[in-house]
Design a protein around this ligand. Structure first.
Ligand SMILES: Nc1ncnc2c1ncn2[C@@H]1O[C@H](COP(=O)(O)OP(=O)(O)OP(=O)(O)O)[C@@H](O)[C@H]1O
Length: 241
């Protein structure tokens, strides 16, 4: 399988403050990467590096074998929803239409078709004319997912899409992500401890260091890092206690 995301010994510091230290991972196309870690651990910084919004202090990030800023049309990004965004006086159709800003040369009817198809994929075509501000939290998140997938990206990056939604909406979003993973690589940043319904292929646990595991389980190293122990301090076997 070709590689979708590659972090090679990536470090990043905001001025003097080191946020990521020598992070390395590789995610193949159509993989499903769960990004976990405590508040302030560096998950959003990881996402910004992937989007090419910031550059590594050292090391290299590649997206589909290119520098991220050259592969931006291959990414659909679902940001954390802010209070300001949720109050915007704008219709659902127009929110999704914004996702086509990189797709030049489409006719009005082609745009309309793509927006309606994206809304249909997330199960909300009947809400196209409704005001975004009048939707529930779960519906808003699904509209933002439609905005991300309307340009047919090869990778969808989501930052906490289930943070403020009820259990039923979370289930709908997880079903949708499982469905989308048939055609796209997924990178999901989350604090949700219950992701067993998702077809996770890889986990990255981020707390200044990045521990990458190929498989859906948390490892002992990840748990140690979440409690503030460094990997070097971990006992190597039970006899060390
Ligand atoms: N623009 C910035 N300037 C300086 N420091 C920053 C900046 N953005 C983030 N940081 C710091 O970098 C560290 C990592 O932040 P980041 O937002 O990547 O963490 P996170 O894992 O996404 O956290 P959360 O789960 O709370 O969203 C934090 O200590 C944060 O205060």
């Amino acid at each position: 399988m070709p590689v979708a995301v590659e972090f090679n010994a990536v470090s990043f510091a905001y001025e003097q403050s080191m946020v990521l230290k020598e992070a390395s991972l590789e995610l193949v196309e159509q993989g499903f990467l769960l990004v976990l870690g405590p508040n302030g651990g560096g998950k959003t910084t990881f996402a910004k590096l992937l989007l090419g919004l910031i550059q590594p202090t050292s090391g290299r990030v590649k997206l589909f074998e290119q520098a991220p800023h050259c592969a931006l049309s291959d990414i659909g990004y679902v940001p954390q929803i802010t209070v300001t965004q949720s109050r915007l006086p704008i219709r659902v159709f127009d929110v999704v239409n914004f996702g086509l800003y990189k797709c030049k040369g489409l006719s009005h009817s082609q745009r309309r078709l793509r927006v309606m198809n994206a809304l249909q994929t997330v199960g909300l075509s009947q809400l196209a004319k409704r005001k975004f501000s009048g939707l529930s939290g779960g519906e808003r998140q699904r509209v933002l997912i439609a905005r991300a997938l309307v340009s047919s990206p090869r990778l969808i990056l989501l930052d906490e899409p289930t943070a403020n939604v009820d259990a039923q909406s979370k289930e709908q979003i997880y079903q949708l992500l499982s469905h989308l993973n048939a055609h796209a690589t997924i990178v999901l940043i989350t604090h949700d401890p219950n992701t067993s319904a998702l077809p996770v292929s890889d986990i990255a646990f981020i707390n200044r260091q990045v521990i990458h595991h190929k498989g859906p389980e948390l490892t002992e190293q990840m748990l140690a890092l979440s409690f503030g122990t460094t990997v070097e301090q971990l006992p190597r076997c039970a006899n060390d206690y």
